[in-house]
Design a protein around this ligand. Structure first.
Ligand SMILES: CC/C=C\CC/C=C/CC(=O)SCCNC(=O)CCNC(=O)[C@H](O)C(C)(C)COP(=O)(O)OP(=O)(O)OC[C@H]1O[C@@H](n2cnc3c(N)ncnc32)[C@H](O)[C@@H]1OP(=O)(O)O
Length: 302
């Protein structure tokens, strides 16, 4: 309880400067808006929220084209949407999905980690930490409907969810591929993966930077279910119904029991983790690797 309140205060303090100037998307009644009860879609430029109040569920669609890279602004908007839904007693569950065809999320925004000042890296890393903490510890049931490729930070975001449904498309790979970029997944990325697939599988996946296609992702346990692409949303909804049928207080306390030790490790080492990130990302060799990787992505088109 104290942790939840502390985190809210912290989020508000962290978000205030970034949130300035954020526009709320004009409301419209969407197909998932719960029929005739008049509740409208809301959100922000990069996050569309489709509420279904009758079910107590909101579909949160990431729409930061072209690849839903997790920029500072996008993370801020995601956090604001999450907080808004958590504070509204109508909602007990969120389905996190993408509005960008074929891409769940390309992970952390490489342009936030390249050629910037150290102060920017501090601000960015705080936002990445906060996003992980808030999603990982959310009292809501959070289900990822993974309808696209999901490397690195995109995979991490899905690992904060309580359940992952992946579309069965061989292009939709998922994993923590940081080593392929010449960077190292921080301890809390690693811990989240260990909690999901175990130590040995994580050791292999992280060292080799493995991006698992659907069948492999299911076999190793990175995702809980693989379904035909046109059934991802409906499957996420039926899974949500099962989770929401459990007495909420018992489920929430159990989630906290399972996840708090992992979250506490980052909470106690937060500042040190920021320093580690900034020192690491400022290294010439790391900047060179990231620039070269971004260049390779751009040249792929040519
Ligand atoms: C001590 C701790 C230290 C460090 C820890 C740091 C942790 C980092 C974790 C991360 O998340 S790093 C990011 C890892 N992400 C990736 O490796 C994914 C890279 N992207 C791709 O593989 C592909 O873009 C895609 C498979 C996601 C999509 O492919 P496709 O549909 O063919 O699109 P394009 O490749 O043409 O990309 C379109 C456009 O978007 C830019 N872009 C792609 N990914 C990112 C990204 N993560 N950040 C920023 N920008 C990205 C790409 O450069 C293209 O830009 P244009 O200007 O050419 O349009």
């Amino acid at each position: 309880m104290a942790l939840a309140v502390g985190m809210r205060v912290l989020t508000r303090a962290l978000l205030r400067p970034w949130a300035r100037g954020l526009r709320v998307a004009p409301g419209r009644t969407g197909p998932a808006a719960g029929g005739g009860d008049g509740m409208r879609c809301f959100g922000s430029p990069r996050v569309l929220v489709e509420p279904d109040p009758a079910a107590g569920v909101a579909v949160v669609k990431m729409r930061n084209p072209p690849v839903n890279s997790l920029s500072l602004e996008f993370l801020t908007e995601l956090l604001i949407s999450l907080e808004k839904l958590e504070n509204d007693k109508t909602f007990h569950g969120i389905i996190l999905t993408s509005d960008c065809p074929g891409i769940f999320s390309a992970g952390l925004d490489l342009t936030e980690m390249c050629g910037r000042k150290p102060e920017h890296y501090v601000e960015y890393w705080k936002a990445v930490q906060e996003t992980w903490l808030r999603f990982y510890l959310s009292n809501l049931v959070v289900i990822a409907a993974i309808n696209g490729v999901s490397p690195a930070g995109g995979c991490l975001l899905s690992l904060t969810c309580d359940y992952r449904v992946l579309a069965n498309n061989p292009k939709y790979t998922i994993g923590l591929n940081e080593t392929l970029l010449g960077i190292v997944a921080p301890f809390w990325f690693k811990d989240t993966m260990v909690n999901t697939i175990g130590h040995r599988a994580t050791e292999r996946a992280l060292q080799l930077g493995l991006l698992f296609p659907p069948a492999e992702a299911l076999r190793v346990g990175v995702v809980d279910q693989v379904v035909p692409e046109d059934q991802v949303q409906s499957t996420a909804r039926s899974v949500m119904a099962q989770w929401l049928a459990i007495p909420d207080h018992a489920r929430q306390l159990t989630k906290t029991l399972m996840r708090k030790p992992t979250a506490d490790r980052l909470l106690t080492e937060r500042d040190a983790d920021i320093q580690t990130f900034v020192r690491f990302i400022c290294r010439d060799s790391v900047q060179k690797s990231l620039h070269a990787y971004l260049e390779k992505l751009k040249q792929k088109k040519g």
